[in-house]
Ligand binder design. Structure first.
Ligand code: PNS
Length: 162
């Protein structure tokens, strides 16, 4: 069985993430969306780990071979514990490349048997990020086309945007 892991902070999940997850679900038998606790990322996530998992579950509910779970340990250890042979990450532009390259090299050093695969972002979502969605929502902007409907509502509730 070909099983892969799509990891991320997903704070919150965007249509760009969903595009990578959906395309992975067409190429592999099982896709595990791994929501990282990422407690030390920046000022800390806006959404709690439970909220990020719930939103990712709702957003992927129509994809039968996708499951969502959280983790708070090293990515390579989590990947090993759930038995995946590869990590899949989305790449939007050269700005993503340096960070992703560094992570892929580190993960290779930690566990050479674990492959890192990259899916190029679709042109529709090249500019989409969780940060942009949060900033837009916090200023009352419309996040249609950037995040799924369930996340639009969650952002409205959290940030009081339209
Ligand atoms: O969506 P993000 O924030 O770019 O995802 C980054 C993520 C969660 C994939 C990365 O930070 C990660 O792998 N976190 C788990 C802990 C880990 O293994 N870190 C790398 C070695 S220090």
């Amino acid at each position: 069985m070909r099983k892969v892991l799509v990891p991320g902070t997903f704070d919150p999940i965007t249509l760009g993430h969903l595009d990578v997850i959906r395309r992975s679900s067409q190429m592999f038998d099982v896709v595990v969306v791994g929501v990282a606790a990422s407690k030390n990322k920046g000022a800390g996530p806006l959404f709690s780990l439970e909220e990020r998992v719930a939103l990712a579950r709702e957003a992927t509910s129509e994809l039968d071979n996708v499951e969502v779970t959280s983790f708070d340990n090293l990515l390579v250890d989590f990947a090993t514990s759930i038995g995946v042979a590869a990590i899949v990450k989305g790449l939007r532009a050269t700005t993503d490349f340096e960070y992703e390259f560094q992570m892929a090299m580190l993960n290779y050093r930690l566990k050479p048997a674990l492959e890192t695969l990259f899916v190029m972002s679709s042109p529709d979502y090249m500019y989409v990020s969780s940060s942009i969605a949060k900033e837009l929502a916090s200023l009352g902007g419309d996040t249609t086309g950037i995040v799924p409907a369930c996340v639009q509502e969650a952002l409205r509730n959290k940030l009081g945007s339209r």
